[in-house]
Design a protein around this ligand. Structure first.
Ligand code: TRP
Length: 454
């Protein structure tokens, strides 16, 4: 079994793949918006603390399971706790990333649609309402969103079917540096716009008065979401990391890239939003309504430049979405290959068929299936709520409890310290162990509860 498994080529390949999973729409939109809403620079400080004291230990818990077993989520549970109910955690974390992938692919498809439009026609509008209604019409029309959803998922299937090394690793190695270059180019453009200063102020003005308990919970939730925790993607990618690798370094590297990208994205987007005189607001509205409107507005004075930036921007979104989506796809493929013993190619096709079908239903729930409701929610919203509010936090909690309370302390220490050979890791192990056993479970429950009461 061990001999047949492909591994990432080295430390940088592993970090780039993990960062590829982590960096996504959460960094580009959710983070900047939360910073502005919840105290600017003060929020960034709490966010940093949440990343290091909470999400990094959870990340490492997942990584330790994958790295120790060199197996996907289901196989890992079978190995570490054979014949117990923990297998349900293995199964849950095969299913939850596939549900996310289904609706994520719909949004990825919209981004391809907008990229296409930015290349072919550009954005023209005299009011934000015009852009919003064009977006509403686009997602409700059954044909084009389905076509783009199909293209997006086919792209993922193509990369994943090529394998861990020549598919996933290669794609991330090219795409991740490109994403950083693109977002920096966009940053330079954005801060040079007249009126951009207000956006910078929005992000950096520290307002410690806004640091309420709910802001702290929001920071914890955002760091959890941004690092793609709780659904087995980190576990699965970590299972492809070489045995000798120091996973604390891998974890710190991933957190650093994720945070850096979120900060650059924030300073790229908020200045543009303010320069266009728009109030920042949350949700997919930013990417498909606010930004096209900004591009249309900027186009009036500098048509070429704004058209080029629009294309670069949607390329960034599409690639950021791809690198996250393939990490979810891989969880399902690893399960089928390892547990059902079918070829990677066949596994890729089966996952494609399943996620395409659920994704198509999600896509149609903006148009023809708008009246089909589950617990009062459309299919898309149901899948989103189910995964974001329940499955991610539940999975994260169980992983943490598993490593902190079920696994043997010595085994965890071995993984964390590379068999006791890395001095620094030995020194910080007790702190990690404490955070994992006592702080992380309580914090995850708080994140879970704030989904409902905040
Ligand atoms: N981390 C991703 C982002 O910041 C979103 C995400 C959440 C995710 N959970 C995931 C991505 C699981 C891949 C797998 O946008």
């Amino acid at each position: 079994m061990e001999a047949r498994r492909e591994l990432f080529g080295g430390r940088s390949a592993a970090i780039l793949a993990l960062a590829g999973s982590a960096i996504g729409l959460g960094n580009i939109w959710r983070f900047p918006y939360m910073v502005g809403q919840t105290g600017g620079a003060a929020f960034i400080i709490i966010y940093l603390a949440s990343c290091l004291l909470l999400s990094l230990p959870i990340f490492l818990a997942e990584a330790i399971i994958g790295h120790r077993t060199h197996s996907g989520t289901f196989g890992a549970m079978e190995q570490l706790a054979p014949g117990t109910h923990w297998k349900w955690l293995g199964l849950l974390t095969v299913l939850s990333p596939l549900i996310i992938l289904s609706y994520y692919s719909v949004v990825g498809g919209w981004s391809i649609g907008y990229l296409w439009q930015s290349v072919t026609a550009g954005f023209h509008a005299d009011a934000i309402g015009t852009v919003s209604s064009a977006f509403g019409k686009f997602i409700a029309s059954p044909g084009r969103p389905l076509l783009f959803h199909t293209l997006f998922l086919l792209g993922c299937a193509w990369i994943v079917s090529a394998g861990v090394k020549s598919g996933i690793e290669k794609f991330n190695k090219v795409t991740m540096p490109l994403l950083f270059v693109l977002i920096v180019v966009i940053l330079v453009y954005a801060v040079s716009l007249p009126g951009a200063r207000a956006g910078v102020t929005y992000l950096v003005k520290p307002d410690f008065g806004k640091i309420t308990p709910s802001a702290v919970a929001a920071a914890m939730g955002q760091s959890f979401f941004s690092l793609s925790l709780g659904v087995g993607t980190i576990l699965t990618y970590a299972s492809y990391i070489h045995k000798k690798e120091n996973i604390l370094v891998t974890g710190l590297g991933t957190v650093a890239f994720d945070l850096l990208f979120a900060l650059i994205a924030g300073f790229a987007i908020m200045p543009a939003v303010f320069a266009a005189g728009i109030e920042p607001g949350a949700g997919p509205g930013l990417i498909f309504e606010t930004l096209p409107y900004i591009f249309a507005k900027m186009g009036a004075s500098a048509p070429w430049l704004s058209a080029v930036v629009a294309v670069l921007f949607f390329v960034t979104i599409v690639f950021a979405a791809f690198t996250s989506a393939i990490s979810m796809y891989e969880v399902g493929v690893a399960y089928l290959v390892e547990q059902k013993h079918i070829t990677r190619r066949k596994a890729t096709v089966l996952i494609f068929l399943g996620t395409w079908t659920l994704g198509a239903l999600c896509s149609l729930s903006f148009g023809p299936l708008a009246e089909t409701k589950i617990f009062g929610l459309t299919i898309f919203n149901f899948c989103d709520r189910l995964t974001s509010n329940f499955l991610m936090t539940f999975g994260g909690l169980l992983f943490v409890l598993f490593v902190g309370w079920k696994m043997d302390r010595q085994a965890v220490r071995d993984e964390f310290t590379c068999g006791g050979t890395v001095r620094f890791n030995c020194i910080v192990f007790d702190a990690f162990w404490f955070l994992l056993r006592y702080i992380a479970p309580v914090a995850i429950v708080i994140i879970f509860l704030t989904n409902f009461f905040a």
